[in-house]
Design a protein around this ligand. Structure first.
Ligand SMILES: Nc1nc2c(c(=O)[nH]1)N[C@H]1C(S)=C(S)[C@@H](COP(=O)(O)O)O[C@H]1N2
Ligand SMILES: [Mo]
Length: 385
């Protein structure tokens, strides 16, 4: 089966430019090229969708799931979020190439042969719009830039469902064409130009990946030319999203500072008392939802020890409170996080007291947790159940 590049002739007065017969006869616009690019793109979108869904659930779980969220594997969120950003960035040149390959279809005549085809084409339009919106908002998000009036997270989340739904419908509608062009055409078919084009697209994907993946893959850091964030630049070698100045927590009187733990036996401790409690160390990453991640060696007090001292079971649900009035000043820890021996109220990073921007004097750090929930400047733990 062939894509009918020679479409039924449009009416005489339209028969020019892209509407003239045989306007797009090159192989680079043929279905085999579209199928190869479509496979790559579908793979990138599937990885991006699955990892994005996971991130969404970890950051904002539905009620029925929130007590079941696992705190392991330790690097789970870092790896899946890294894959999300890498596959999303790789999808940008892939989508560009795919759209360029199929754009002659825009000039198909007649525009649709019936209601079914009209619906299918409308579906493709929706898929393309959602995909462009996802890649555009996602990329700008990695630069911490939100130049639009709508809420990023909800928009990015719902457009993802439209894109993946549209993708499934598109693959179903094109299944016969995809099947017909799945296998490499015989060498007699020529195809050197197609191979060169696909190679160039592959090289572009490799290049954008190599120069941006360093924001999350330590080995690629030196190549990290275009990534908006270098994960090793910032106080104590770690980036900062919200500074102490922005949060209004820049100056803390450490002598007057108290941590309050509210549970069956509520109590307060001073910083000196916290430092005198058993200290534990954990090598844990901050994996920001905005695409960068970096590991550090944290030390401090186990959250489970603090809960037990308040007469609460280690597997409690806990609200973590800071004086920061921003959207991430208060978060919750589910039971698996609260009881995990690696979940710390950290006082030190790589052997130094926390810098103000990293949450001085105390911050939460837990395994398999989005960076946005690693609350800084913690002053209160409230046992909720
Ligand atoms: N109180 C408070 N804690 C916070 C935030 C915040 O805005 N307020 N931002 C979070 C985000 S989005 C990230 S990625 C990490 C960054 O931690 P760092 O600045 O120590 O690298 O802190 C988290 N903790
Ligand atoms: Mo973040």
């Amino acid at each position: 089966m062939r894509l009918d590049l020679r479409m039924p002739a449009p009416p005489g007065r339209l028969r020019r430019g892209p509407f003239r017969e045989g306007a797009f006869s090159e192989r680079l616009h043929d279905p085999r090229t579209a199928v190869v690019l479509g496979r790559w793109l579908a793979a990138a979108f599937t990885v991006c969708f699955a990892t994005g869904l996971l991130s969404h659930v970890l950051q904002q779980p539905p009620d029925w799931l929130r007590d079941g969220l696992p705190s392991r594997p330790v690097q789970g969120y870092r790896i899946t979020q890294g894959l999300h950003v890498v596959s999303g960035i790789a999808a940008i040149p892939l989508l560009g190439a795919k759209l360029w390959t199929v754009y002659p279809r825009l000039f198909a005549w007649p525009p649709a042969r019936g209601p079914v085809q009209a619906a299918e084409r409308l579906g493709v339009g929706l898929l393309v719009a959602a995909a462009l919106l996802e890649l555009f908002t996602g990329l700008l998000n990695t630069a911490q830039w939100y130049p639009w009036p709508f809420p990023f997270r909800q928009t990015h989340y719902w457009a993802a469902w439209i894109a993946i739904g549209g993708l499934l419908l598109h693959v179903a509608a094109k299944a016969p064409l995809i099947a017909a062009h799945w296998r490499r055409p015989s060498p007699r078919d020529g195809g050197a130009d197609r191979r060169r084009f696909l190679l160039a697209v592959g090289a572009a994907v490799g290049a954008v990946t190599a120069v941006t993946a360093g924001q999350t893959v330590p080995g690629l850091r030196r190549l990290d030319l275009l990534a908006p964030r270098r994960p090793d630049i910032g106080p104590q070698g770690l980036p900062v999203n919200r500074t102490a100045a922005q949060a209004g927590t820049a100056s803390v009187d450490t002598a007057a500072w108290r941590l309050r733990v509210l549970g069956p036996r509520p109590y307060e401790v001073t910083l000196a008392e916290l430092r005198a409690m058993p200290q534990y160390e954990a090598e844990l990453p901050i994996a920001c939802v905005e695409g960068w991640s970096a590991s550090a060696r944290w030390s401090g007090v186990r959250v489970r020890d603090l809960l037990e001292r308040a007469g609460a079971p280690a597997s409690s649900r806990v609200r973590v409170v800071s004086p920061d009035r921003g959207p991430y000043g208060v978060t919750e820890l589910g039971p698996h996080y609260a009881s995990d021996p690696l979940t710390l109220l950290a006082l030190r990073i790589d052997g130094e007291d926390l810098a103000a921007d990293h949450g001085r004097p105390a911050r939460l750090i837990a395994p398999n947790r989005p960076g946005v929930l690693q609350t800084k400047w913690v002053t209160r733990l409230e046992v909720l159940s």
